[in-house]
Write a protein that binds this ligand. Structure first.
Ligand SMILES: Cc1ncc(COP(=O)(O)O)c(C=O)c1O
Length: 354
């Protein structure tokens, strides 16, 4: 089936359910999940608890919801604060959710020079652990893996986890794309997840389910998270049809991530050959690049606005904008032909202006 996502490099959230997935979805058994009686949701939650090595799991509509429910569930008595990366989704792209839902101060920090990820020393220096009345004590640290497609090294995660837990602080992972990190490194989902008190894993990014994210943690934590999800208006009924899409995606689409990563490397190498600079390392399914050194025929400078307009003429979608930097995101519905077409028309455009 030809999908509208085949030439869409904007995000891995643009995939559409395949016919096979849709057929699978309508055949599942469903029940009322507020009563915890949906057998398909229960099966997904049991499966996720099992592969992550956590006691329990909770299926939610979005990864924003699993992150924010987790944060609200971890935080105890205010005043409190959360330490995370300044570039983290929980801080930058969840509409101020940490302050809105949890009333928490956020201490957003950047990695030290030369690192693409936070390190234990940076986190230690930024946690508030005493009871000085001027500050909001740190009750939670949030990590994101992958972040901008880059993999957080497990060794550093272990150091951070040990440090944070030794201080009596909780640690949450936004693992929306932990699947990609696991496929790229060969490190199991379980090994990553053991380092955290809770993990959010998304089904609707590279895995290609239309909806859904799963939060895992201890039984007590998930009981609390279920309560908070209800407060957020996220208690749902016969959503097993969506859980089934998630199970289908894990079974049938997870193996495709390897090919997406190969496509990302092909694109990254092709762009570098044409004079682009890589802004982040293409460890997984994302290529962040800058075209500030690329000169178009006639001496015009490169902008994403011009690039996206040219690509649109060939049916390829990328984000525009008056900036020289952009991104290409791979997913299971982008075939090799689309990757080749993108590189071919980029080369012709830079060389001939057409
Ligand atoms: C790292 C990360 N976490 C969380 C989310 C939130 O996902 P959702 O759109 O399902 O709320 C995203 C969305 O792209 C993301 O990239």
């Amino acid at each position: 089936m030809q999908s509208r996502a085949h030439y869409d490099f904007r995000s891995d959230t643009v995939t559409v359910p395949t016919k096979e997935m849709a057929l699978d979805m309508i055949q599942c058994e469903v029940g009322d999940d507020v009563f915890e009686e949906d057998p398909t949701i229960n099966a997904l939650q049991d499966y996720m608890a099992d592969i992550t090595g956590h006691e329990a799991a909770l299926f939610c509509a979005t990864a924003t919801m699993t992150n924010q429910v987790a944060i609200r569930s971890h935080l105890q008595v205010p005043p409190y604060s959360v330490v995370c990366d300044r570039r983290a989704h929980v801080f930058r792209y969840e509409a101020g959710g940490i302050s809105f839902h949890s009333g928490a101060a956020v201490n957003p920090v950047l990695p030290k020079e030369g690192y693409h990820h936070l390190t234990a020393d940076v986190i230690e220096a930024n946690m508030v652990l005493d009871d000085d009345v001027h500050f909001a004590p740190t009750q939670l640290v949030c990590i994101e893996n992958t972040l901008n497609g880059e993999i957080f090294p497990l060794d550093e995660i272990k150091k951070i986890s040990q440090l944070v837990r030794s201080k009596g602080v909780r640690i949450h992972l936004d693992g929306a794309r932990l699947w990609n990190a696991s496929v790229a490194t060969g490190i199991s989902i379980k090994e990553y997840c053991q380092q955290f008190d809770s993990v959010s894993l998304c089904l609707s990014k590279g895995l290609g389910a239309p909806v859904g994210s799963v939060l895992v943690g201890s039984k007590t934590f998930i009981k609390k998270a279920r309560h908070i999800r209800k407060v957020f208006g996220g208690g749902w009924r016969q959503a097993g049809i969506l859980a089934r899409a998630g199970l289908y995606a894990i079974e049938h689409h997870l193996p495709n991530l390897k090919r997406d990563h190969e496509h990302a490397k092909i694109l990254a190498n092709g762009l570098v050959e044409l004079g682009f600079v890589l802004v982040h390392q293409p460890h997984t399914n994302m290529v962040f690049f800058d075209g500030k050194n690329v000169k178009l025929p006639g001496g015009d400078g490169f902008t994403m606005e011009k690039y996206s307009a040219m690509l649109a003429r060939h049916g390829i979608k990328v984000f525009g904008g008056e900036t020289s930097s952009g991104r290409l995101v791979l997913h299971h519905q982008i075939p090799t032909e689309a990757v080749e077409l993108l590189l071919r028309v980029t080369r012709e455009w830079i060389q001939t202006g057409n």
